[in-house]
Structures are given as structure tokens and as C-alpha cells.
Design a protein around this ligand. Structure first.
Ligand SMILES: Cc1cc2nc3c(=O)[nH]c(=O)nc-3n(C[C@H](O)[C@H](O)[C@H](O)COP(=O)(O)OP(=O)(O)OC[C@H]3O[C@@H](n4cnc5c(N)ncnc54)[C@H](O)[C@@H]3O)c2cc1C
Length: 453
């Protein structure tokens, strides 16, 4: 999506990261904070808000309606190198923060993002609205814990400053609020000091989910970043095998700012998905054998953003796009439920290359609708093959609800209103009180998220 750069709506075709469908939107792209209230009212009916469009499903879509593209608000407002407090406009990306504010001191130490998802191409507004998590959730919790304050524009023209101690109701609703409580104009964030910007990492093979849980439980005290990759096509004795990766900042080891652009890019969408059963089987077998390594020191981008080196990698799934499914299931039953979920996936033959498991800790988030909860999360991607893929997703959704888990809106394109209510019902009455009647999204309509007023 290219920016119009003008306050007048410009019709453009927009798709989400999963590229399941593309639809026309009236794009408004304000470049000044002061222009946002007017842009909101120009949305005529109701507007959706969008950052860099890295959500896979429909949280940042509003087909045939207005879409407020926030990437024009990309200014750094203040940074205190003594305290690590940073104020930026909401359209600044996490990669830009790393490039500008997280530079190494002479001894290799420096300020770093306290939490980052698996890509640097997300805006601060998007990171807050989905209350994103990273590979260090067991140590740091989610992004919202490091938000000191927000400036939010409401569709009635009001500009509200909120934070944990100021207008805390609106603040809690806006962290993880899916762009439905107001437009985040700017945020004050607390960066974290690390002893070295580079990381030391290692990758260990595991042969079963039990081995994964032993590795992750045994690593969490000493390793800041942990994650498991699972070979989702493996069956029989090989079921549950994978690679466990762990990393931590390496004292006194410097790392340069990350590159602004990916090294490689997929130039066009192939006429069919290059991600199919055969290619996934080949990739998984290769990765399973090759990914182990002795401990090494590397650039943090290699550990934290493995996919960012390839631009437009989502095009590999062809013109029909792909689904991501990400759920979290509570701690006590996690081992059994994950086994069941992975068993269904392997039996379906719908291969997934990017099957990731990660434990979440019990550090509370300020966000009312925040996705993480104590337990284990599983993320899987499937090329869109139509009914068969949707039937598998429905099966995984049902198992998640039965296990009292929940599905991550940032990744979702299909969950029902019942499933959403089962996962987030505990907070919905309070959340609705803070919803902005001028804001909407295709996701909100699909799961019945309407404001109380
Ligand atoms: C390769 C890859 C890896 C990922 N890894 C992870 C991961 O490890 N952990 C994780 O949690 N997520 C992960 N994600 C998902 C991603 O972090 C989230 O979807 C994130 O919210 C995307 O931010 P965005 O700027 O692209 O926002 P968009 O996708 O454009 O929008 C996301 C939400 O934010 C709202 N929004 C955007 N800007 C504003 C604003 N200024 N004010 C109010 N609302 C706003 C939108 O309405 C929407 O609800 C990954 C995505 C990709 C593509």
C-alpha cells in the first residue's frame, strides 16, 4: 500500500499479510498528528486503523470503507539516553527504533527494545494495539508493560493522554485494543539496557515434546530468548521433533544497526503456491538436520528477525495466500493439548514450515484483551487450499476452546464470535465501555465487537 500523502481519501486495493483476499479501501494517510482528528471525521462512516499491515488476518482491514494509514506519523519526539525513555509517533517502526536509538556504547552495551515480535517491520501503534510478545515473554512479558504513556485521538475530536496512572481505563483498553478504542498518535516507551547488543545463541535438536519442555524449562532462568521449531509433518517415532533455539545478549559484544531493507526480495507472486506438501517436507527435513549449532555470537537481527532478510516472503504462498493459526493453551494441560494439535496437523497433511512453540509466563499485561496467558503458544502457517484448510483450522479452533485457550487476533482470519467470546469474554464488558464508535475493522465485525454506546 503506498501512501496518498494527502488528507483526501484515495481508493486503493489493500490485503493483509496473509494475502487471502484484497479489497478496495479509501485510504487516509495523515502526516501530522494534528491532521488525525480531521482524517477520522473524513472517514465518513467508520474507519479502521493500519500500521505496516503485518497482521495476517483482518484486524487492520475495512473492505469498501475508510482506512487510516498511520505510517506517515514517523517522527522521533524525545529520547533520554540516561534513562532509556523514548517518545515516538505511532507510525515509527521497531526496526527504526533499533537503528536510531539502540546504538552500541564503546563497551558494546546499549539500549534495546524490551520486547519485540519476530519482525522489525511493525509500527509502535501496531505493536501496542496487538500487545505483541517476543521470544523473551518468559522474562519480560508483553510490549504493553513498557508503555509509559499514550496520546490517543478519539473520533469525537478529543485528544487524551493516558497511561498506567492517568486515564488507566482507556490505557488498559488501548493496549491490545485492536485499534478500536482510539487512534494512537504517539507513545512513550521504556527501553531496556543490555550489556551487549549482539547475542550469543545455540540451537539444539529435540526428539519429542517432552524433550522440548525439559529444554525450555531448563533454559528460562539463564537464557533471555527461547523458542522451539517443530517439524509439523513428522509422524510416528519422529512426531514432536524439532529444534530448540536459545539466545541472550553477549556482554561487551557490539552489533551494528540492522539494515533498512531486506537483502533479498520475492519480486512477484508466483501463479501457484511454492509452499506445498513436497516443498515443506523437503524444507523440514533439511532444517531438522542442518539447524543445530555450537554456541555462537551473532547479530541480534539473525536471532530475532530470521524472516526479515527476505522481502515479501508472503508472496511464496501464491495468489490464494495463506493462513496463520496461533493459539495459547493453559500451562497444566499444555503438553497434552499441543500433542493433540500437532497430531491433527500431521494427519491432515497440510504442511507448515513455520511451526513455532513458546512458553508464556504469568507476568500480567496492562491490556484488557491481551493475548498471552500463562501456558504454551503454538503458531502454524498453512497455504490456503480452500475447504480442507478451513476444516483443519476449525478443528484446531475447537480443540483450543475445549482446552480453555485462546486464539491470537493478530494472526487470525477465521475464528467465530463464539470462540472469541470464549477466549476474551472475561474482559469484554469493560472493553466495550472504552470502544470508539467511530472505529471498526473487518475483524471486529466478524467477532461481534461493537461498542457499548
Ligand atoms: C514475520 C512476522 C513475525 C511476527 N512475529 C510476531 C511475534 O513473534 N509476536 C507477536 O506478537 N506478533 C508477531 N507478528 C504479528 C505482528 O507483530 C502484529 O500483527 C503487529 O501488530 C503488526 O503491526 P503493524 O504495524 O503491521 O500493524 P497492522 O497489522 O497494520 O495493525 C495491527 C493492529 O494495530 C492497529 N493499529 C495500528 N496502528 C495503530 C494506531 N496508530 N492506533 C491504534 N491502532 C493501531 C490496527 O487497527 C490493527 O488492529 C508477526 C508478524 C510477522 C509478519
Amino acid at each position: 500500500m503506498s501512501g496518498a500523502g494527502s488528507p483526501s481519501p484515495s481508493p486503493q486495493t489493500v490485503a493483509a499479510w496473509g494475502r487471502l483476499s484484497a479489497s478496495t479501501h479509501a485510504i487516509l494517510r495523515p502526516s501530522l498528528r494534528a491532521d488525525v482528528p480531521a482524517a477520522l471525521s473524513r472517514g465518513a462512516n467508520r474507519c479502521a486503523v493500519r500500521g505496516l499491515g503485518r497482521s495476517y488476518g483482518d484486524v487492520a482491514l475495512n473492505p469498501e470503507g475508510a482506512l487510516l494509514d498511520m505510517t506517515g506519523l514517523d517522527r522521533f519526539m524525545a529520547f533520554d539516553p540516561a534513562t532509556g525513555e523514548l517518545e515516538v509517533e505511532a507510525g515509527v517502526s521497531l526496526g527504526e527504533i533499533l537503528a536510531a536509538a539502540c546504538r552500541p556504547n564503546d563497551d558494546g552495551s546499549g539500549w534495546f527494545l524490551p520486547v519485540t515480535p519476530g519482525t522489525g517491520y511493525v509500527t509502535v501503534g501496531g505493536a501496542i494495539a496487538n500487545d505483541v510478545h517476543g521470544k523473551n515473554h518468559h522474562r519480560a512479558g508483553s510490549f504493553g508493560r513498557y508503555v509509559l504513556g499514550l496520546t490517543v485521538a478519539r473520533s469525537n475530536g478529543r485528544i487524551i493522554h493516558c497511561g498506567p496512572d492517568r486515564e488507566p481505563g482507556l490505557f488498559s483498553a488501548t493496549v491490545g485494543g485492536l485499534g478500536l478504542t482510539g487512534v494512537i498518535l504517539a507513545a512513550r516507551l521504556q527501553l531496556r539496557r543490555v550489556a551487549g547488543l549482539a547475542v550469543e545463541s545455540e540451537h539444539l535438536a529435540f526428539n519429542s515434546l517432552d524433550e522440548f519442555f525439559n529444554l525450555t524449562n531448563g533454559s528460562e532462568a539463564d537464557w533471555e530468548y527461547t523458542v522451539g521449531w517443530v517439524d509439523a509433518l513428522a509422524t510416528g517415532k519422529a512426531a514432536g521433533r524439532g529444534i530448540f533455539s536459545r539466545a541472550r545478549h553477549a556482554p561487551n559484544q557490539r552489533a551494528a544497526p540492522p539494515p533498512h531493507l531486506p537483502r533479498l526480495s520475492i519480486p512477484a507472486t508466483p501463479p501457484f503456491s511454492l509452499v506445498n506438501r513436497a516443498s515443506v517436507r523437503l524444507f523440514n527435513a533439511f532444517y531438522w538436520r542442518s539447524a543445530r549449532s555450537a554456541r555462537r555470537t551473532e547479530h541480534y537481527a539473525r536471532t530475532l528477525y530470521p524472516l526479515d532478510g527476505i522481502g515479501n516472503w508472503n508472496r511464496l504462498y501464491g495468489p490464494r495466500g495463506f493462513f496463520q493459526f496461533q493459539c495459547v493453551v493453559p500451562k497444566n494441560d499444555a503438553r497434552a493439548v499441543l500433542g493433540e494439535l500437532l497430531g491433527r496437523i500431521a494427519a491432515s497433511g497440510e504442511g507448515s514450515m513455520l511451526t513455532v512453540i513458546k512458553t508464556f509466563n504469568d507476568m500480567p499485561s496492562p491490556g484488557l484483551l491481551s493475548f498471552p496467558m500463562p501456558g504454551t503458544t503454538l503458531a502454524v502457517d498453512f497455504a490456503n487450499r480452500g475447504e480442507g484448510t478451513r476444516a483443519l483450522l476449525a478443528d484446531l479452533e475447537r480443540l483450543t476452546v475445549e482446552a480453555r485457550g485462546r486464539i491470537y487476533p493478530a494472526k487470525d482470519a477465521v475464528m467465530s464470535a463464539e470462540t472469541f467470546n470464549a477466549g476474551y469474554g472475561h474482559a469484554l464488558a469493560e472493553f466495550r465501555r472504552h470502544m470508539d464508535p467511530g472505529l471498526t475493522s473487518a475483524f471486529a465485525r466478524r467477532v461481534g465487537l461493537e461498542s457499548a454506546s
